[in-house]
Ligand binder design. Structure first.
Ligand code: NAP
Length: 288
């Protein structure tokens, strides 16, 4: 049995769907018991609980061999993950696949990168097998610009003129499902998941202009401007800092890094930015 945590999130939900498509038995760990109520599938079980509730974790890992560890970035995540790791180890889980990020480092100025690094260290020190997934920034983050593009024909971000090998979460989820469902071959491996090309945000605006048939402009705002706008909108300071200064998490050559790991795992190329934007074009149109 495979346990998918964060099963109602962007990645977790797609991993559950992928595993079910592969006819692999899966248990979804959810906070809201209704989350999969319209999702009838003989191979799907649902376990209700939270990372803070040890009893619910103990029940959820019963009979589980492999577990996907995914959560929402937050200042308590190291403790939340530690709870999962301790319970899993005690109850005989053999292998944890952890969704981290490209740029994890204990010395990073970005808090989520430090938190992921701490959890990775705990897993390396556990008796269980581990695999770390290190995706580049998600293409799906661009969906946040939908209203701005639709309303003003422009979007603002603090990414300067750097190029990033953004990756589609559909590819991350498929890669995660492959690693979880294979019998072996992935222990002690780190997969760096990137898109097939590195693109600047100016190029993204150009692709959007072509797809939407209207001129779309990218405003390169400063990190400080972006940080202050997020604070004004009520974003917690740590989160505002991480989002505004995310480019500090890796040197320029890592932004542009393109790996073959998706091809190796899935036997096909990663989705391109053009495919992503075309598939999600309605999100950027005014007549949504
Ligand atoms: N965005 C990017 O560009 C990017 C790039 C690389 C890596 N990442 C990493 O991706 C991860 C986020 O993945 P995602 O986008 O799939 O997350 P997400 O959509 O925010 O989903 C988070 C999931 O965690 C669950 N959760 C939150 N707190 C919980 C708790 N206390 N107990 C049990 N479950 C809890 C949520 O459940 P509810 O539905 O009940 O809230 C939800 O299912 C982060 O670790 C981030 O660092 C992101």
């Amino acid at each position: 049995m495979i346990l998918v945590t964060g099963a109602t999130g962007q990645i977790g939900r797609l991993v559950v769907e992928q595993l079910l498509n592969m006819e692999v038995p899966v248990r979804a760990f959810v906070r809201n018991g209704d989350a999969f109520k319209d999702f009838h599938h003989a191979s799907l079980e649902v376990a209700v609980g939270t990372f803070e509730d040890e009893k619910s974790l103990e029940k959820a890992v019963e009979g589980v061999d492999r577990l996907l560890l995914v959560a929402r970035d937050n200042p308590n995540q190291v403790i939340q993950h530690e709870n999962v790791i301790k319970v899993a180890e005690r109850k005989g889980v053999k292998h944890i696949v952890k969704l981290s990020a490209l740029g994890v480092s204990k010395g990073s100025p970005i808090s989520l990168m430090r938190w992921h690094a701490e959890t990775e260290e705990q897993l390396r020190n556990s008796k269980m097998d581990w695999t770390f997934l290190h995706p580049q920034l998600y293409m799906q983050n661009l969906l946040r610009f939908g209203d701005s593009v639709a309303g003003k024909g422009s979007f603002s971000a603090p990414m300067g003129s750097s190029e990033f090998a953004l990756v589609d979460i559909r590819d991350i989820a498929e890669a995660a499902a492959k690693v979880l469902s294979d019998e072996d071959g992935h222990a002690s491996k780190i997969y760096t998941l990137t898109g097939p090309t590195a693109v600047s945000y100016k190029e993204i605006a150009k692709h959007l202009s072509t797809i939407l048939g209207q001129s779309i402009h990218y405003n390169a705002v400063t990190q400080k401007q972006f940080y202050e706008t997020l604070l004004e909108n009520g974003t917690p300071p740590w989160r505002a800092y991480d989002l505004a200064y995310i480019t500090e998490a890796y040197p320029e050559d890592k932004n542009r890094l393109i790996t073959n790991d998706i091809n190796t795992l899935l036997n096909r190329s990663a989705r391109s930015i053009q495919t992503f934007l075309t598939d999600h074009q309605e999100n950027f149109r005014s007549e949504k």
